[in-house]
Design a protein around this ligand. Structure first.
Ligand SMILES: [Zn+2]
Length: 331
């Protein structure tokens, strides 16, 4: 369609996860023209990772060319503590090969376009803010519920990057000072009460204490058979323990969100990630707890909504970052 006309401008958005590297060619409207995926396991060390990333980026540039499009910029979303200005991956628990790596400068010398990078949860929020459940809200918090709990803060329509690459880490707000010891070293972080992995841990503890549940039989046969999905199924069948588990998730989120809203006056909270598929099971206890605690903020001014963009939120957030990096006003 674009043959013979001016080339269609696109950006390359990359989501570098612990298991997969996903990339997409995205236009100014947020349409994905083409996408690709590769297992991160094929990149065992830092040099292999940088080489593969550079090769994939250049290959997607050639793909754009074959589609009659022209790449204007590229953006990377990476889990962990990222210094966007310097292009440094300070710390990435999921991709340890990148710890301390000046990834931006290393890649830039090999690419013909500008390259920017950000924390993946920040890009999730940025994507939802552009085209998903956060549209029309200049101040919002995005929360991702998965194995852990991630967060991205949008203020005045921009990612709040904070100082030293750490911001929006709502998963490590303390909810219970005497709670579980979190992977971060603190006790009782939101993550230990609202993530899929920790909720499963809590349920198994209750089962060990003979709490009545239909899950007992399954757990006695094979404790590993209890996972987030099992809990969702059990809760939907009104299992009392599974229902309590999701009420606990909702309560913890409600406490954290009320704190953040009091602090920043946010009008919108968007919740995504794999474990957020259990939205129907935790959103009522979440709202009950949040509204009970929002003593100073007008309750009608804040809303909590499930994410809309699924697995593409991070890619679209990266695309938006790339477009803005080259001064493009987005529609
Ligand atoms: Zn923590």
């Amino acid at each position: 369609m674009w043959r013979g006309m001016a080339k269609k401008p696109v950006v390359i958005a990359v989501d570098l996860g612990g298991t997969n590297l996903r990339w997409a060619l995205v236009d100014l409207q947020g349409m994905i023209l083409h996408r690709g995926e590769q297992a991160t396991a094929t990149m065992p060390d830092r040099e292999a990772l940088i080489n593969t990333l550079a090769a994939e980026l250049l290959a997607s540039g050639r793909k754009a060319d074959s589609l009659g499009a022209e790449v204007k910029a590229a953006a990377l979303g990476i889990p962990g503590r990222i210094l966007p200005e310097e292009g440094i991956v300070a710390f990435s628990p999921n991709i340890p090969a990148l710890n301390g790596c000046p990834l931006g400068p290393r890649l830039k010398t090999r690419l013909p376009w500008p390259l920017v990078m950000e924390n993946d949860a920040n890009l999730f929020a940025f994507g939802e803010n552009w085209l998903g459940a956060g549209v029309g809200y200049p101040h919002m918090l995005g929360i991702t519920l998965g194995t852990g709990v991630g967060g991205g803060l949008i203020l005045n329509g921009r990612i709040w990057s904070g100082t030293a690459g750490t911001s929006g880490e709502v998963g490590h707000i303390t909810i219970d000072p005497d709670g579980y010891r979190c992977n971060c070293g603190n006790k009782g972080c939101l993550e230990t009460m609202a993530s899929g992995a920790w909720t499963v841990t809590w349920v198994k503890e209750q089962l060990a204490q003979k709490t009545p549940s239909w899950l007992v039989e399954l757990w006695e046969k094979d404790p590993d058979a209890i996972d987030g999905e099992t809990l969702v199924v059990a809760a939907k069948m009104h299992d009392p323990l599974a229902l309590r588990a999701f009420a606990r998730v909702g309560m913890a989120l409600g406490i954290a969100i009320a704190d953040v809203v009091h602090l920043l006056g946010l009008a919108r909270i968007v919740i995504g990630g794999r474990f957020a598929r259990a939205w129907d099971l935790f959103h009522l206890p979440l709202k009950e707890e949040m509204f009970r605690r929002l003593t100073l903020f007008p309750p009608e001014k804040v809303s909590v909504a499930p994410a809309k963009l699924g697995d593409d939120a991070g890619l679209l957030g990266a695309a938006r970052l790339a477009w803005e990096a080259v001064g493009q006003k987005l529609l």
